[in-house]
Write a new protein. Structure first.
Ligand code: SF4
Length: 318
């Protein structure tokens, strides 16, 4: 089942979370960072100000509606088109979700606001927290993540360390690696030192297999990623989707079949004219994150390419 709603997207097959029902709790692109690899494009509102960016009730009503229609999801994932911890209603949203379903709640966050005790307490209500860490030194952090001026790498790492001390649930730390930007041995050594301080349950390595906000971003090859994963240790895995790997899970296969159909419709549309992410979302009634999945699979198949025009990414057939 794919749900086309204002705040929900999916459930989408997610390598990290199985079938994940995405919940978008901040508007496009309100974020504390402006990562050079962001799939959604450049940040339009860079802030650390928490606010009720999206109202609680419509979100909960969409989730209740999905549950009443036999929602099958492994996780309800708070994420979306910006940084979810910027929503000051985060704790209330999780509390209300937990009252209506037993499906575990995950948060995908860049972790930059974990220096705030309120943010840590609210995130601690979730079952899994998936923060990011792409650098172990401030120079690399500034270059790759382009943070709001108040944020620096030590603030980010210390916030994550404090969270680890307070939180008994799972922390799966994502590290996004880019060729010639944060992949030199001395940079990896610093990231590794930070990981040892943070003590996440898992470390998941990703790279630029999807279109990025900046054209110069280059993916790291699979062999290098595997080599870095081995250096980090046994709790580290590569999650970058280099191939169309098969899984034995039937429901996941069905979801992939449905995805293929939608990807073909998208390809036919792009053959007629190049489109931006916004064009694709409005023409096909898809959420941005969902559209990115279909775009990525067409890029991986070598059928379409992206072109960055002044920060807006357009897609067209090869
Ligand atoms: S990748 Fe995530 S943290 Fe980075 S700019 Fe995009 S939405 Fe913000």
């Amino acid at each position: 089942m794919t749900i086309g709603k204002k705040y929900l997207y999916g459930p989408v097959p997610s390598r990290r979370l199985g079938r994940s029902l995405g919940v978008d709790i901040v508007p496009v692109k309100v974020c504390t960072l402006d990562c050079i690899y962001c799939q959604i494009g450049r940040t339009t509102k860079k802030t650390i100000e928490r606010a009720a960016y999206v109202p609680v009730e419509p979100i909960i009503s969409e989730i209740s509606d999905a549950i009443s229609k036999n929602l099958e999801a492994d996780y309800i994932t708070l994420a979306g088109s910006g940084e979810p911890t910027l929503n000051s209603q985060l704790g209330i949203i999780i509390e209300k979700i937990k009252k209506i379903t037993k499906i575990p709640v995950a948060i995908v966050t860049n972790g930059t606001l974990f220096y705030m005790p309120d943010v840590r307490a609210e995130c601690a209500m979730a079952d899994v927290v998936l923060p990011s860490l792409d650098a172990g030194d401030d120079e690399t952090f500034q270059r790759i993540n382009r943070p709001y001026p108040d944020i620096n790498i030590e603030k980010l790492i210390s916030g994550l360390c404090d969270f680890r001390k307070e939180y008994k649930g799972q922390i799966w730390l994502e590290v996004f690696l880019i060729e010639s930007i944060n992949s030199r041995p001395e940079q990896i050594a610093k990231i590794n030192t930070a990981i040892k301080r943070i003590r996440p349950d898992k470390v998941q390595l990703n790279t630029a297999v999807r279109p990025t906000a900046e054209e110069y971003v280059r993916k790291l090859d699979a062999a290098k990623l595997n080599d870095i994963a081995a250096q980090i240790g046994t709790n580290c895995e590569v999650i970058a989707d280099f191939s169309q790997r098969q899984t034995s899970e039937n429901k996941y296969k069905q979801a992939l079949k449905q995805d293929k159909k939608i990807a073909e419709t998208l390809f036919s549309m792009l053959k007629r004219r190049p489109c931006s992410l916004d064009d694709i979302c409005s023409s096909m009634n898809l959420h941005g994150n969902e559209a990115i999945k279909y775009i990525s699979s067409l890029i991986e198949q070598g059928r379409i390419q992206s072109e960055n025009v002044d920060g807006t990414i357009y897609f067209k057939p090869l």
